[in-house]
Design a protein around this ligand. Structure first.
Ligand code: ZN
Length: 165
C-alpha cells in the first residue's frame, strides 16, 4: 500500500493553504518582551516573531512577515501550538518539531494541523521554510528569558527564582 495517497496530500495541502490564507495570531504584539526576525535566503521567507513571557509562561505570541505558504502556515500553526504554554514545554515542542522535520526520533506527539507539515521533510528545500518560524521563536524566547543583558533599554521584570517542578 502506498502511504502517500494523493487524497491525503490534497487534504494536507488544504490545511496548509487555509493557514496561509487565514494566519492565526498574525500581527503586531504590543508590549512584547522580545521581537526577533528570521530570514531564509533560500526562499526569501521573512518572519518576525514577538513574544510576551511572564512567570515562565508564553503569554502571547504573534508573527508578521512574508513568505511562502509553507513558512506562513508553519508560523500560524506554531503559534497555535505554543500559545499559553510554559516556556519549558515550548522549548520541547520546538526541539521535537525540529527533530521531526529532520527525520530524527521525535518524542513529540504531532497531531492536528501540524501533522500536515510533516510531509515537508520529504522536500529538503522546503524544510528550512517550515523550520524558520520555529528557530525564530526559539531565538525570541531565549532573548526574552535570557539572563544576559544585551543592552536593551527595557527593564526586566523581577525574576522568580527557583520554580517548583
Ligand atoms: Zn519558503
Amino acid at each position: 500500500m502506498n502511504k502517500n495517497t494523493p487524497a491525503l496530500d490534497a487534504l494536507y495541502r488544504e490545511v496548509i493553504l487555509d493557514h496561509h490564507r487565514h494566519p492565526r495570531n498574525f500581527g503586531a504584539l504590543e508590549g512584547a518582551d522580545a521581537v526577533v526576525e528570521g530570514y531564509n535566503p533560500l526562499c526569501g521567507d521573512r518572519v518576525e516573531l514577538a513574544v510576551k513571557i511572564q512567570n515562565h509562561q508564553l503569554l502571547d505570541c504573534r508573527f508578521k512577515g512574508e513568505g511562502c505558504s509553507i513558512c506562513m502556515a508553519s508560523a500560524s500553526m506554531m503559534t497555535e501550538e505554543v500559545l499559553g504554554k510554559p516556556v519549558k514545554d515550548v522549548n520541547e515542542i520546538i526541539e521535537g518539531f525540529r527533530a521531526l522535520l529532520k527525520g530524527e526520533e521525535c518524542p513529540l506527539a504531532v497531531e492536528g494541523d501540524l501533522e500536515s507539515l510533516v510531509g515537508v521533510r520529504n522536500f529538503p528545500v522546503r524544510i528550512k521554510c517550515a523550520l524558520l518560524p520555529w528557530t525564530t521563536l526559539n531565538d525570541a524566547v531565549q532573548k526574552a528569558t535570557g539572563e544576559s543583558s544585551t543592552g536593551g533599554s527595557e527593564k526586566k521584570e523581577e525574576k522568580v527564582s527557583g520554580g517548583q517542578s
